[in-house]
Design a protein around this ligand. Sequence first.
Ligand SMILES: O=P(O)(O)OC[C@@]1(O)O[C@H](CO)[C@@H](O)[C@@H]1O
Length: 392
Amino acid sequence: MTRPSPATEDRAPVVVSTAGSFARSVLDERHPALIERVRRATPYPPEQQRALDTLLEEITKGEIERLDDDAPGAERWRHEPFYGQRWPDVPFLWAESFFYRKLLAALRYFTPGPWQGVDPFAPFKNAELASTKVDDELSALDRLPGLPVEEQDRTLLHSSLWGNRADLGFQLSTGTEGLGERVPGLVTDDSAALWEILADERSGTVCLVADNAGPELLPDLVLADHLLTTGRATSVVLHLKPYPYYVSDATTADVLACLDRLSTASGYARDIGERLRHAITSGRLIPRTHPFSCAPLPYAHMPADLRDDFASATLTVMKGDLNYRRLVGDRHWPATTPFSDVTAYFPGPVAALRTLKSDVVTGLTPDTVARLDAGAESWRTSGTHALIQVRA
Ligand SMILES: O=P(O)(O)OC[C@@]1(O)O[C@H](CO)[C@@H](O)[C@@H]1O
């Protein structure tokens, strides 16, 4: 197991406790709101309703209690140091991850029986995928083949990047109406370096570490198809979550739902859907669900098999805010800390495509930070700004 450098360990982790902080708002507002939405979306029986009451009580007034199931994977939570502490006093990354694991336990997601494997977030994900906004985005793909390849590259990279706003956990805080206007100029843009890595003649595997389902996963899949059809990748390994997580994070079922959506569309979207189906059946698009994808840990602590996967890739693309926090470490970095320093441990070239939805950021110039800080909005957490960062 690789450990982060001492410099990394010295920097304070983001903990929940600071009143008024973004992290605190997630625990105080987002998680209780999610429990209520889950209750309303699916008619869970009394046993699950009581378990939800208990969880709500615990996260709002109580101390952190151990998991009481012994589902596969539950043992990884047995020896955590945080039991008995107050939720706001522990690292943010750990608290969020454990909350989602407890929510699934309360809903009997892992327990053999009628509710096993029922995704509590599916009603929200399905509604989003069925939206007319998605129809419009799929129709817009008809224009793609008419564009020069460089323009296709840019369009598809940016739609995958901005697709990251389709985050149902985030929308619990903002409301869909509350998503501010995108600021099109990226806070930092290493896309030239990204295409340079992929232009290497010895093209190989690209690891795409997915984030949200539906309107984010669709452009991610379209980008994967583009990398395969233009020969930038011989195969794409698509890392997904092994179980529902952070509300809308993509699972294998969500990939299948996207493929259905593409295949039942018309025009070029349908062609892409057919190619992607073939890419899966022929082993060029490879879904993977590593348990570490739902671990409350930064990637610096990744296990050897996952490290080998990333080490053998031409490029690993990390999608989204949570993956970013896990990639650089969920710590209070000065925003000018070089991205290449905090990702030096990563075993191969890595790119982050992320809209900014939490406090952590690295790799910005002092001028950019000064300009953003001078603006009125909370640029770090509003989801209005985005970045593309690469460490070759
Ligand atoms: O990873 P994603 O979907 O881009 O964002 C996840 C997110 O909405 O949830 C976390 C807070 O709960 C933050 O990392 C961010 O705000």
